[in-house]
Structures are given as structure tokens and as C-alpha cells.
Design a protein around this ligand. Structure first.
Ligand code: ADP
Length: 492
């Protein structure tokens, strides 16, 4: 492109005047940073970028539709954040819920998602999610995914969070994709997308063993690159909150690559800055040492800061707890439990592999954890009194999770402290898609040949987070993207 001409202006004028470009001597191809090369190194039907939950589901469906499918993964191992997420999937109404006598419905699920998103979610995407949820559940069951339990979470009307072992589930998805004929190349970052002169996505430029290669996607490209929690510049750009207070625990590959590749073609951002907590993502208190999710609060632990003071309703959604934790000294959040709570936590489905500190007395525990001793003792005494009286005038804690469970006093030795910090496990905003998983540009038009699914997309969550909807959207919209991509007509 000749200097001084803005690329987009050029695209616009070129599109309008058509043959005009011939008069100027410019080629339409020059309108794009990467015009499709005349010779490709490889050719497939569908290229899926990213081997996480969304990528594997897209590949499975594309393969089922007989599309020759290639998955590019930049990390040396597949799985992305999906492998290390909590494994929770928000589905309803499912056979498992029915078996357990849980009365859920698509309507209630829809209402809860909208309510939790504080009315800001993209309603069409929410509707699609709900419409597809049970089918996705059955799809997973049919491949042998084991659902361990159906759980309640704050904000839900009924237990709906279906727990799986994320690692095992991802293993099943990977094997299925490969069995169906998908090719997976690891350690191969996609760099940029190619487009035809007409602006249709044509393929991918990737780097394999330090060499750039051009791969043609005859039908479509699916962006399944995850979020941007590991990209400090993007976080800074989109986040209103201090990043030094947060542990970023998502997969190493979540650096926003897909968002950038799509934005080059005018993809619209969706809810990038819609403040969830902490920052634009899902925040959850995580064990400082083991980096595992700590939820002893939902089994009855009381939460204090370093000064030994309570600062939040312990039964609030974990995103709210993480957000409140950010303004505490050193952003530390301590879950204090006694034996009763500890046993209940261990037995509960919330339990993860946390590493609590243990002591015979609250004094000793405070010393070990570095909490103000006198203040913590006073806080626990007051909290126990509130429990006894059945009234927490300070933070209004009534139940443990949602409407279930009752707080118990912290009094039976030994005592435990879970030392946690707010952690960013995912980002919620991303590029805009429609219910067909097609990427939408800033003028609300479909970008031909470009699909996206999972954490790279925004819009589903609104201003809140329904537990299990992050992993859920990756699988649900991954499947949609794969089916649709495979059904595209090959471009010439
Ligand atoms: P989702 O839940 O949306 O599937 P994940 O984080 O589980 O998201 O998976 C996204 C995957 O995409 C990760 O494995 C990540 O390493 C990979 N990825 C990110 N950027 C690129 C890129 N430029 N090229 C190839 N793979 C990428």
C-alpha cells in the first residue's frame, strides 16, 4: 500500500468504486495486511486455532461433518485454561438433575443467566447457550465424560453446576477429535489471518519450528485461542483495577492472540471492559501456595483480612469476595475454619487441594498466618455470637451457599487458615460473535470465513458470572463453530 493511505479508508473506497483501484494502479489485495498468497504450504478445510475446550469441540464437529481439520496449538501441550479450570459446567435441564429431583428448566436457566449478568448479557447468545446446553451435556456423556455432582452456587435458583474433572474431560475431547481425524500440531502459534481480495478469511500464517508457513483454510478458520489474562498490556488497556493485587492463573497461552487477529479485520469488541471482578474476568480466591481454588467459606469458614477483621459476606459470590479482597492489606483473604467446618469442607464438593495452616488454638493460628491476633479473636467471638443469635448485623450472612446451609460457630479445635489471594482465572470480554459463532465486525456485519468460540469471545456473561458458563460456552459455541465452519462453501 502506498504510504499515506489509511488501509481501512482504502478498503472502503475500493469497495465503493470497484474498478477505481485499477485506475490508481493499486491492487485490492493490498488492502489487507496479509493478502492470500498465490502458493500455500498446506491446505485443509477448517483450521482451528487453539487446542482448548472450544478448539477440540470445534474440531470434533468439523470432523463429523467430514471436513479436513487442522488444530494449531502454540503451547507444547494441548488443553489451555480448560485443563486447569474447575471443570464446572452450567447445563440444564439435564438427566442428572432430574435423577436428583432438581426441578430446573430452560426458562429458569435463562432467567438466572440474565439475572447474574445484571441484564447486560447478549440475550441471543444466552438463548443459544440455554438451547444447546442439554445437547452438549448428552454429547459429553456419550463420549464417557463423568459428571461427579450437580451443585448449588450463589445466585443460582437451583443446583445446576455439573462438576467434571477438567483434565479428564479435556483428555476425552482431545482423543475424540484425533480419533475422528483431526490433526493437532503443537508448539505452532498462529500469527495472522490471510484474506482474499474480497475480504473473506482465507487461511492462517503460523510459525512451525521457527519457520513461517501459510495454510489455506478452504472453508473457514475457527478462533479458539482463549482469553487475555496473561497479556499485561491488554489487561491494562481494558482493566479498571490494579493488576498487582491479582494472581493470573490461566493457561500460559491466554495472551489475547485471537482477539488481535480478529480485530485486524474489524472484529467488534464485546464487553471487554465490563467490570467483573477482579478486573474484566472471573476472580476467585486461590490458595497462595498451591494456586488451587479455596472455597472453605461455602462450608462455613469465616473470612478475615490481615488485620483480623471481616470485610465481606462470606457466602457472597466468589467474584465479589475476590473483588473485596483486592482492597484489603496485601490483598490477602484468610478463610478461618474449625474442625467442624474443615470436615464439612473436605466432605463437600467444593473441596480442592488447598493447603491450610493448622493450629490447636485460634491464637496460634493467627500467629502462623500473620493475622492480628487480638482482632481475630474478637472477630471470631463476635461472629460466633451472631451465629448463635441467627443474625449477622454486619454482613448479613444467613446461609452458606445460595439458600442452603447454616453458618456454624468457629470453636472446635483444631483450627485452620486458608491463605488466599484474588486470582484471575479467565477474562470475560472478547470479540463479538452471533449465535452461529460467526465473528461480527464493528458495523455489525459477519466477517466471512471467521468463526470464534470460547474465552476469545465476549457477550455471554454480561456483568456477572454464572459458575460453569465459561467452560460451558467454550464447549457449546465450539461445537456450533465447528459445524458451521465445516458447512461453509469452499472459497475459490
Ligand atoms: P477455551 O476455554 O476458550 O477453549 P483455552 O484457554 O482452554 O480456551 O484454550 C485456548 C488455547 O489456545 C490454549 O491452549 C492456547 O495456548 C491456545 N492459543 C492461544 N493463542 C494461540 C495462537 N496464536 N496459536 C495457537 N494456539 C493459541
Amino acid at each position: 500500500m502506498s504510504k499515506g493511505i489509511n488501509r481501512r479508508q482504502f478498503i472502503k473506497s475500493a469497495a465503493v468504486v470497484g474498478a477505481g483501484s485499477m485506475m490508481t494502479g493499486l491492487d485490492f489485495r493490498e488492502a489487507y495486511a496479509l493478502p492470500a498468497p498465490s502458493k500455500w504450504d498446506r491446505e485443509v478445510d477448517v483450521i482451528v486455532i487453539g487446542a482448548g475446550g472450544a478448539g477440540f469441540c470445534a474440531a470434533i464437529e468439523a470432523c463429523k461433518a467430514k471436513a479436513k481439520t487442522l488444530i494449531l496449538e502454540k503451547e507444547p501441550i494441548a488443553g489451555g485454561s480448560s485443563t486447569i479450570c474447575g471443570g464446572s459446567l452450567a447445563f440444564a435441564p439435564t438427566a442428572m438433575q432430574k435423577e436428583k429431583g432438581i426441578k430446573d428448566s430452560a426458562e429458569l436457566f435463562y432467567e438466572d443467566l440474565i439475572k447474574i449478568g445484571k441484564g447486560r448479557s447478549d440475550k441471543e447468545l444466552v438463548k443459544t447457550y440455554v438451547d444447546e446446553a442439554n445437547d452438549c451435556y448428552e454429547f459429553l456423556v456419550s463420549m464417557g465424560v463423568k459428571f461427579q455432582s450437580v451443585e448449588m452456587r450463589p445466585g443460582l435458583s437451583v443446583p445446576r453446576v455439573h462438576r467434571t474433572n477438567a483434565g479428564e474431560t479435556m483428555d476425552i475431547l482431545r482423543k475424540e477429535a484425533l480419533k475422528l481425524g483431526a490433526e493437532l500440531i503443537l508448539g505452532t502459534p498462529a500469527r495472522r489471518l490471510y484474506a482474499t481480495p474480497k475480504g473473506r478469511i482465507a487461511g492462517v500464517k503460523a510459525t512451525i519450528k521457527r519457520k513461517d508457513i501459510s495454510i489455506k483454510a478452504r472453508r473457514a478458520v475457527v478462533l479458539a485461542t482463549g482469553g487475555f489474562a496473561k497479556n499485561p498490556e491488554m489487561l491494562l488497556e481494558y482493566s479498571p483495577l490494579p493488576l498487582d493485587k491479582i494472581m493470573a492463573v490461566s493457561g500460559p497461552g491466554t495472551t489475547g492472540d485471537g482477539i488481535k487477529m480478529a480485530m485486524e479485520f474489524g472484529a467488534a469488541p464485546s464487553q471487554m471492559t465490563l467490570a467483573l471482578s477482579p478486573i474484566t474476568g472471573v476472580g476467585i480466591p486461590m490458595d497462595v501456595k498451591t494456586r488451587t481454588i479455596s472455597q472453605a467459606n461455602y462450608a462455613g469458614a469465616v473470612i478475615v483480612n490481615k488485620n483480623g477483621k471481616r470485610f465481606v459476606n462470606e457466602s457472597a459470590p466468589y467474584t465479589d469476595i475476590a473483588l473485596a479482597g483486592m482492597s484489603q492489606p496485601d490483598a490477602l483473604i484468610f478463610h478461618i475454619a474449625d474442625r467442624t467446618v474443615f470436615d464439612a469442607y473436605k466432605a463437600s464438593t467444593y473441596s480442592r487441594m488447598d493447603a491450610p495452616l493448622k493450629a490447636e488454638t485460634p491464637e496460634e493460628l493467627a500467629a502462623k498466618a500473620g493475622i492480628d491476633r487480638a482482632a481475630m479473636l474478637e472477630t471470631i467471638q463476635r461472629y460466633n455470637r451472631y451465629v448463635e443469635e441467627g443474625n449477622d448485623p454486619e454482613f448479613g450472612r444467613k446461609n452458606l451457599v445460595g439458600i442452603s446451609g447454616k453458618p456454624t460457630p468457629i470453636q472446635t479445635p483444631p483450627f485452620y487458615a486458608y491463605v488466599t489471594k484474588p486470582a484471575l482465572i479467565a477474562t470475560m470480554g472478547g470479540i463479538k460473535i452471533n449465535p452461529k459463532s460467526e465473528v461480527i465486525n464493528v458495523f455489525q456485519e459477519v466477517i466471512p470465513g471467521m468463526y470464534a468460540a470460547g474465552e476469545v469471545t465476549g457477550g455471554l456473561h454480561g456483568a456477572g458470572y454464572h459458575t460453569g458458563s465459561g467452560f460451558g460456552k467454550a464447549l457449546i459455541f465450539g461445537r456450533i463453530a465447528g459445524k458451521r465452519a465445516a458447512a461453509e462453501k469452499p472459497w475459490k
